[in-house]
Design a protein around this ligand. Structure first.
Ligand code: XMP
Length: 515
């Protein structure tokens, strides 16, 4: 029987910088939520049928003309509301309170701020009476509306949290979604389960059931094509769509010969026996001959992109009718592009250009409401192997941009072995906060000594970075004992390498990849 999601939280987005985090926190509690624009129509909101609503923070002042406001009817839907920062001020203003600029009252608070909670209140249940919160606001509530009570305060902020028991509406001036608010997670949890009395029923098992049904309804007996890179998103999308429509899904995996050790075979193995059409195209010779003699990074990338399209053109001719193109778009992509991703086909590294070479009616994106860690959980639910579900980012052009200078089979072989050793040792060391780690083959050869003989061989560079978003990163602090082991194993086990370097540069000024 179909499970419908009853406990849905609507998060109205007023433009604050931590909004995606609020959605993450709610989902972490196994409660389904969506982040929608503040001006979502009341009809759409009613259709969404939220069991609770959260107003996010935002950069505006509620007393300004044209500041973002939700439809007034939102306040009378009879569902619990939690307003955060701007959202809290919005509630105060709507019900007749007063909001003013902090500078007018000389009570500016920014950053970590000690707050005192009314521990009797359901929002603060189980918390100590005081703890650190994260404040970041230029305005503050200076008079409470009728019916509201202060349930937290700080030195300068008498209304750090407010509530109206009757209407079940809460507001917090601080940001519970950021980790600097020490008990932030507990406060959001209390809102979901104590105040709104939701139950944690958002699970990946339930998601699979619902998604499979929806895909079947949408696709009917149509044919779906998916370009599989072996990355987490496209792999999970393939497994999910395969579960729904079996043979009507064709996955094309172009093995450009620039994958890591055993990766092509692993991808093939993970998708065989799933009852879908899986086409692996071994195009190593083709890619390597197109790249012969090329040393300029951008030229390498271009050639690889072009070859992908050519290969797809040729495959397209052999697979016949395609009704839908499937993509592994995920929720952060959707949110970042203002909910417009469906129209603006994502130009992913190795499917770029695909839509123009293969005719299709529509795009399907079954992961578009999931966060990355939910995609990983879904992959596990669909029994994809752990190495695939936990795979770190790997660039579309593959090892081509990690072999500096001209690419040859010999260099690729050296890099594959060194990279496999480095990854194996990092994984064994179970380091925390490591986002991406790999080896690159520098184009430098240098003199060394092995046994009694002189060597003149390549230097391998190790790169390991920690980052939230890959826009910036710092190098990971790998313990020397791990580096020593990696270095010793690489020079002993990989022919052609006599030197191992550890890259300690952050981004900026370096990039994560070398080319
Ligand atoms: P950079 O080198 O730009 O890398 O600092 C940031 C992140 O992006 C990945 N990357 C790519 N991913 N196609 C991709 O799908 C590409 O062409 C590409 N180039 C870089 C890189 O691995 C890192 O995670």
């Amino acid at each position: 029987m179909e499970k419908t999601i009853k406990n849905k939280v609507l998060i109205l987005n007023f433009g604050g910088q931590y909004n995606m985090l609020i959605a993450r926190r709610v989902r972490e509690n196994n409660v389904y939520c969506e982040l929608l624009p503040f001006d979502t129509t009341i009809d759409k909101i009613k259709k969404f049928d939220p069991s609770a609503i959260i107003f996010t923070g935002g950069p505006n002042s509620v007393y300004e003309e044209n500041s973002p406001k939700p439809d007034d009817e939102v306040f009378s839907l009879g569902v619990p509301i939690l307003g955060i920062c701007y959202g809290c001020q919005l509630i105060a203003q709507h019900f007749g309170g007063k909001v003013e600029s902090v500078s007018a009252t000389f009570n500016r608070e920014y950053g970590k701020t000690q707050a005192f909670f009314d521990a009797e209140n359901e929002l603060f249940y189980g918390l100590p009476e005081k703890s650190v919160t994260w404040m970041s606001h230029g305005d503050e509530i200076t008079a409470l509306p009728d019916g509201f009570t202060a349930i937290a305060h700080s030195k300068h902020c008498p209304y750090a949290a407010i509530y109206d028991k009757e209407r079940n509406i809460y507001g917090v001036q601080f940001h519970p979604e950021v980790t600097h608010t020490v008990f932030g997670k507990e406060i959001l949890k209390n809102f979901l389960f104590n105040v709104a009395r939701l139950s944690p029923d958002w699970t990946m098992g339930g998601f699979v059931e619902k998604a499979v049904k929806e895909i079947r309804e949408k696709v009917g007996d149509g044919k779906v094509l998916l370009a599989l890179s072996g990355g987490v998103d496209s792999s999970v999308a393939a497994a999910l769509i395969g579960e729904a429509i079996g043979k009507n899904l064709t996955c094309v995996f172009v093995d450009h010969g620039l994958m890591r050790q055993n990766e092509g075979d692993e991808i093939e193995k993970a998708f065989s026996g799933r009852g879908i059409n899986f086409i692996r195209i071994n195009a190593e010779d083709r890619f390597l001959s197109a790249l012969k003699g090329v040393t300029e990074p951008e030229k390498k990338r271009k050639i690889i992109g072009e070859q992908f399209i050519r290969v797809f053109e040729e495959v397209g001719k052999t697979i016949g009718r395609v009704d839908f193109l499937a993509q592994g778009t995920i929720y952060p992509d959707v949110i970042e592009s203002g909910n417009k991703v469906a129209e603006t086909i994502k130009s992913h590294h190795n499917v770029g250009g695909l839509p123009s070479v293969i005719g299709f009616k529509e795009i399907i994106e079954p992961l578009r409401l999931l966060f990355k860690d939910e995609v990983r959980a879904l992959g596990r639910e669909l029994k994809l192997p752990e190495y695939m579900v936990n795979r770190q980012p790997f660039p579309g052009p593959g090892l081509a941009i990690r072999v500096i200078g001209e690419i040859t089979k010999e260099k690729l072989e050296i890099l594959r072995k060194a990279d496999a050793i480095f990854r194996e040792e990092i994984e064994k060391a179970k380091l925390k906060g490591v986002s991406q780690y790999f080896a690159a083959l520098t184009n430098m050869r240098s003199v060394g000594v092995m046994g009694d003989g002189r060597t003149y061989e390549y230097a391998v560079a190790l790169r390991s970075v920690s980052t939230e978003d890959f826009m910036t990163c710092v190098r990971t602090k790998i313990p020397y004992r791990v580096l020593d082991k990696v270095s010793s194993r690489i020079v002993n086990e990989v022919k052609g390498v006599n030197r191992v370097l550890y890259d300690v540069t952050g981004k900026p000024p370096a990039t994560v990849e070398y080319e």
